[in-house]
Design a protein around this ligand. Structure first.
Ligand code: ATP
Ligand code: MG
Length: 418
């Protein structure tokens, strides 16, 4: 096929036959978030490159390797968002939302762009649903945000994901942990990948997140962050766990979760699937108490999560659960002749006003072809509209499933469709 007729590598189309599943999932996400008081925010697909460098962090894979960055015609460096938190926080600051009553609770759905090696569950354009809870420091906020992610996933039918949580501490206790990590990795520096050698000085915790098999093998025996938490961070983590216990949300503590973005502090968590292969994290999130300040606003404790919609749909597909309903066509009207064509338009308009999904011929086809089409689109009922019907005001309405038909007045079609 001609190159220009092919979608860019790592991008997917959502075709008309599958879009009802996306609509179901997105509706469930927004409506569940609304139950927790989260309102939708929409931010641009691109931002100044610095927005991502400063928030996601320039020791991360995302910033080092994956961003779609280009100069616009005015010579500014622009980046297609690799995630939405950075842009949302930029907007929260620019619009002064943090000066209004706190917490500010926002949620979003949108496309993200990362130059990655495309494979199952890993795309160059993918979509995230996420939430940000700005200005909430208490551990009950962590428990509530995790329970929101849990409710969304359960509501969609993904009840077999496992929740893994960890705490990566605050800048104070993390400094001590960094030192221990550095000492550990320093002895094995020669074996680390080039990127991790650089990370060793700037952000040794990133090595724990490296995908290279050699680095992850070395990382297995590295000191564990939970052993380094200060008293405040430790108490916070205990209270988050108590909240989850109280809500009956099951989890395991996994000390190797560090998340792929630099802005996290204290609680981090993931919802993981056992059956979509290597790309198993469907949802990732955590607390980012330092981010607002790092982006130029007063320090404001905050947290959030993001879930990858394509990955979530992969899990759903594997579980063979059917969600969402395909749109139905209530009635197909087959007009025969000029007069009937015009009348069919009017009947369609009237029935659509009443909320029915109605279609008629707009291709000038004969009766046989029209009925084939009505069958194909799965119309519940059909009628043939010719000169006789127009004269008498009576038509035969046919139930397409049972094949039964009966004569009724044109005016009473809507009664039959209910
Ligand atoms: P991974 O470890 O899989 O690379 P990540 O740590 O980069 O994930 P985040 O940046 O936290 O992921 O993004 C949150 C979620 O977005 C992920 O858990 C995943 O479901 C989804 N996601 C991230 N990158 C991709 C991608 N390239 N294609 C599809 N989904 C993705
Ligand atoms: Mg990644």
């Amino acid at each position: 096929m001609n190159e220009i007729n092919r979608a860019i590598k790592g991008t997917n189309d959502v075709l008309p036959e599958e879009s009802h599943v996306w609509q179901f999932v997105e509706k469930k996400m927004l409506s569940t978030a609304a139950l927790f008081g989260f309102k939708e925010i929409r931010v641009p697909v691109f931002e100044h490159t610095e927005v991502f460098q400063r928030s996601v962090g320039d020791t991360t894979d995302v910033v080092q390797k994956e961003m779609y960055t280009f100069d616009d015609k005015g010579g500014r460096s622009i980046t297609l968002r690799p995630e939405l938190t950075a842009g949302v926080i930029r907007s929260v600051i620019e619009n002064g939302l943090y000066n209004q009553s706190l917490p500010q609770k926002v949620c979003y759905i949108g496309g993200c762009y990362r130059y990655e090696k495309p494979q199952a569950g890993r795309l160059r354009e993918f979509h995230q649903f996420g939430v940000e809870c700005i200005g909430a420091a208490a551990p009950s906020a962590d428990a509530e945000v995790i329970s929101l992610a849990n409710s969304v996933l359960k509501g969609i039918g993904l009840d077999k994901l496992s929740l893994e949580i960890n705490s990566i501490g605050c800048p104070t206790c993390r400094a001590v942990y960094h030192k221990a990590l550095k000492e550990y990795f320093e002895g094995k520096k020669e074996d680390l990948c080039e990127t991790c050698k650089d990370r060793l000085d700037r952000n040794p915790m990133r090595i724990l997140d490296c995908k290279s098999p050699v680095c992850s093998d070395i990382a297995k025996d590295a000191p564990k962050v939970l052993d380094f938490l200060c008293e405040d961070c430790s108490n916070h983590f205990e209270a988050v766990k108590a909240g989850l216990n109280e809500m009956g949300i099951e989890y395991t503590v996994n000390p190797s979760i560090v998340r792929g973005l630099d802005y996290y502090t204290r609680t981090v968590f993931e919802f993981v699937s056992g059956d979509i292969g290597a790309q198993s994290t469907v949802c990732g999130g955590g607390r980012y108490d330092g981010l607002m300040e790092q982006m130029g606003a007063p320090a404001t404790a905050s947290l959030g999560f993001a879930m990858g919609i394509e990955r979530l749909l992969l899990v759903l597909k594997n579980s063979e659960k059917q969600v969402g309903e395909k749109p139905v066509c209530d009635l197909y009207i087959a007009p025969m002749g000029e007069k009937a064509n015009v009348k069919a338009l009017a009947i369609c308009a009237c029935l659509r006003d009443k909320g029915f999904s109605v279609q008629s011929d707009i291709c000038g086809r004969g009766l046989k072809a029209q009925m084939r089409y009505a069958n194909k689109i799965g119309a519940r009922f059909s009628v043939v509209l010719g000169d006789n019907e127009l004269e008498s005001g009576l038509i035969r309405i046919k139930n397409m499933e049972t094949g039964e038909d009966k004569e009724i007045a044109i005016e009473s079609i809507s009664e039959e469709l209910k």
